[in-house]
Design a protein around this ligand. Structure first.
Ligand code: PEP
Length: 254
């Protein structure tokens, strides 16, 4: 079984670089001790290098929250993958806040996945349905469409380098996590769909994360699910005790 992975998406927090460094310093020792799980933190762009310095020499990896697919050019306000190389090992791609707040399309997300892989980093590809789509009975169709588009053009040899996070939009930041039954049903369905797109051995290599109101109290039951290989954590990743507890819940899964 693949090493589980727990990633913290700090979003647009904390408010200053100094506070981001302080958060990294608070995490450094206890999170380093949570062995058996790949640990990633994703601070805002401006804090990446300072947090990299604070975590240097630790087993905690760094991720970016976004990337532009083009290598350079007239893209005001954007950050190219090559600018992240050497600082980050992971890049979150297609987070629902980007898809729904900034109009990112499946095609744009797909181009980002390819750019990140091409630069030797790990894309954390996010998929997930809205509440309206779930209520309309479209949840599986939506995540299957997002999954297929997100990995379109990825060579099957490279698919195992993709991390896929199922994050139902209705569970993000709401305190209303998916039930274990729903998380397993959706992630099991995504794995089966990846198997149809490639083959089951390749699909088995893709690490599947659950995200959406993961906290210290619900992490263990999520970690026990067969198709949940880790978690993408928003709010609780800003609380060192909670994030370390989540990492420990997944650490025993390897
Ligand atoms: C996220 O933003 O990826 C997320 C899962 O947020 P939260 O844990 O706060 O729901």
């Amino acid at each position: 079984m693949a090493t589980p992975l727990v990633a913290g998406n700090w979003k647009m927090n904390p408010p200053t670089v100094a506070e981001a460094v302080a958060l990294a310093q608070a995490l450094r020792e206890p999170l380093s001790a949570a062995e058996g799980v790949e640990r990633v933190v994703c601070p805002p762009f401006v804090a990446l290098t300072a947090v990299a310095d604070a975590l240097a020499g630790s087993p905690i990896a760094l991720g970016a929250q976004n990337v532009h697919p083009e290598p350079k050019g007239a893209f005001t306000g954007e950050v190219a993958g090559a600018m992240l190389q050497g600082v980050c090992s992971h890049v979150i791609v297609g987070h629902s806040e980007r898809r729904h707040g900034f109009g990112e399309t499946d095609g744009f997300v797909s181009a980002k996945v390819l750019a990140v892989l091409g630069l030797g980093m790990t894309p954390v590809l996010c998929v997930g349905e809205t509440l309206e789509e779930r209520d309309a009975g479209e949840a599986s169709a939506v995540v299957e469409r997002q999954t297929a588009a997100g990995v379109a053009g990825v060579a099957s040899d490279d698919l195992g380098r993709v991390v896929l996070a199922y994050e139902p939009v209705w569970a993000i930041g709401t305190g209303r996590a998916a039930t274990p039954e729903t998380a397993q049903e959706m992630l099991g369905g995504i794995r089966a769909h990846l198997g149809r797109l490639t083959d089951s051995a390749t699909a088995a290599q893709v690490r599947l994360l659950y995200g959406g109101s993961v906290n210290a109290a619900n992490a263990a039951e999520l970690a026990a699910l067969p198709d949940v290989d880790g978690a993408l954590v928003g709010g609780a990743s800003l609380d060192p005790d909670a994030f370390v507890a989540i990492a420990k819940a997944f650490a025993g899964r390897a």
